[in-house]
Design a protein around this ligand. Structure first.
Ligand code: GLA
Length: 449
């Protein structure tokens, strides 16, 4: 090759690189969505891949199921406390694309098409979510987006989708560092704001890779780190343990617009007791987790509905600071989890605190700890209340000992709000702008070994 030609080749690669790097490497997901964790209903854990509408019309993955759940989210008061997204999961597709290469829903189970379902969900004041997979197939074997990234992003926009969960079966985890951002790029380019839920880190972790979390944060609104939740307490416990044991890596990645997703709420199904259900809700709120219920809202018992609709715990989950909480104590089956929340005064946070009893010895455990030992050291005191029981402790100073009785596999959840001094006593401006979120836990560590 002569010099001129080789120079031309170099220029061509440079131009190509500038093009590819700008749209794949350097962009970040600034879609302004989910400044607090998303809340809604998701089909998978409860309804799975039931496609048998002939024999099981009430429970199969179908247009009717999603319309029914949308109706109930509104009529049963879930929408009023913040649940908003109605999300389709796997098994909604035909096994083949149409002759133009477009995705198409199963014609028998979604006879009116996805745009019509989306319109219905929007007409209820709710938002519409859909599921796809970065690979050749979805996990259940339906067509994946590989090879059709741009096309499928625009299809979703044309259906007025508000939320896309992109799974990672049938793809190579190494390709995800490029592929997930690329699909996100196409989503953004449609001009329709769509929440982007990724499974990118979990597949990479399982294949022994270390996920590039800074890129994941830049490109996804939420992402799965760990196993699928199943309908059992042991599954919930394994997720709680995973998040506690890996918190130094996981917690700093959460913040407004980008969340860790420990998977769905299974409250109200078959596997969790009442106490365990309270524990799942409490820990998910501490984790700043998406609150995606996967439960049959037609038959849920009132006590489970009350847990899902607990406004005080939802307020913790939805705290505007968006700082994910941590496990600050673990010994002999007793755990304490804490999350810094608003209001903040100077460098003093308010806190949500969950006392969890993982013991199985049948009798409630007593826990007694001072606020100071929990890291709550504001001398002006905290207004403390129980978030499940109608119990208020009034204003407590850091040296006060809190005593709680926690049932086996249950939780006591408190909220301690910094007592804001009256305006004339405030000598300094509030310090939201200078707080360093991860320092607040250091205070507690020496005391809680
Ligand atoms: C994976 C995901 C689940 C669900 C199924 C559907 O296992 O992690 O949440 O979407 O696929 O096949």
């Amino acid at each position: 090759m002569n010099t001129f030609n080789s120079h031309r080749e170099e220029m061509k690669s440079l131009v190509l690189c500038i093009f590819v790097c700008t749209f794949l490497g350097a962009h970040s997901l600034e879609n302004g969505l989910v400044r607090t964790p998303p809340m809604g209903w998701l089909a998978w854990e409860r309804f799975r891949c039931n496609t048998d509408c002939k024999n099981d019309p009430d429970n199969c993955i179908s247009d009717r199921l999603f319309r029914t759940m949308a109706d109930l989210v509104v009529s049963e008061g879930y929408a009023a406390v913040g649940y908003e997204y109605i999300n389709v999961d796997d098994c909604w597709l035909e096994k083949e694309r149409d002759f133009n290469g477009n995705l198409q829903p199963d014609a028998l189970r979604f006879p009116y098409g996805m745009r019509d379902l989306s319109n219905y969900i929007h007409s209820k004041g709710l938002k519409f979510g859909i599921y796809e997979d970065f690979g050749n197939y979805t996990c259940a074997g339906y067509p994946g987006v590989l090879g059709y990234l741009e096309n499928d992003a625009f299809t979703f926009a044309s259906w007025e989708v508000d939320y896309v969960k992109l799974d990672g079966c049938y793809s190579h985890p190494k390709d995800m560092d490029r592929g997930y951002p690329e699909f996100g790029y196409h989503l953004n380019r449609t001009g329709r704001p769509m929440v982007y839920s990724c499974s990118w880190p979990v597949y990479q972790i399982y294949s022994g890779m270390q996920p590039n979390f800074s890129s994941i944060i830049d490109n996804c609104n939420l992402w799965r780190n760990f196993d699928d939740i199943q309908d059992s307490w042991s599954s919930v416990e394994s997720i709680i343990d995973y998040y506690g044991n890996n918190q130094d890596v996981i917690v700093p990645n959460a913040g407004p617009g980008h969340w860790n997703d420990p998977d769905m709420l299974i409250i109200g199904n078959f596997g969790l007791s009442y106490e365990q259900s309270k524990t799942q809700m409490a820990i998910w709120a501490i984790l700043a987790a998406p609150l995606l219920m996967s439960v049959d809202l037609r038959t849920i018992r009132p006590e489970y509905k009350a847990i899902l609709q607990n406004r005080k715990i939802i307020a913790v989950d939805q705290d505007p600071l968006g700082i994910q909480g941590r496990r600050i104590y673990k010994k002999n089956g007793i755990e304490i989890w804490a999350r810094p929340i608003t209001p903040v005064y100077q460098s003093y946070f308010s806190f949500a605190v969950a006392f969890v009893n993982r013991r199985t010895d049948g009798t409630p455990s007593d826990i007694a700890v001072t606020l100071f030992e929990l890291g709550l050291n504001f001398r002006g005191g905290y207004f403390v209340e129980d978030l499940y029981e109608e119990v208020s402790y009034g204003v407590l100073t850091p040296d006060t000992k809190i005593k709680v009785k926690v049932n086996p596999s249950g939780v006591v959840m408190l909220r301690a709000d910094v007592q804001l001094p009256s305006f004339k006593d405030r000598r300094y401006p509030p310090a939201q702008s200078i707080y360093r979120p991860y320092d607040v836990f250091q205070v507690a560590r020496p005391f809680l070994k």
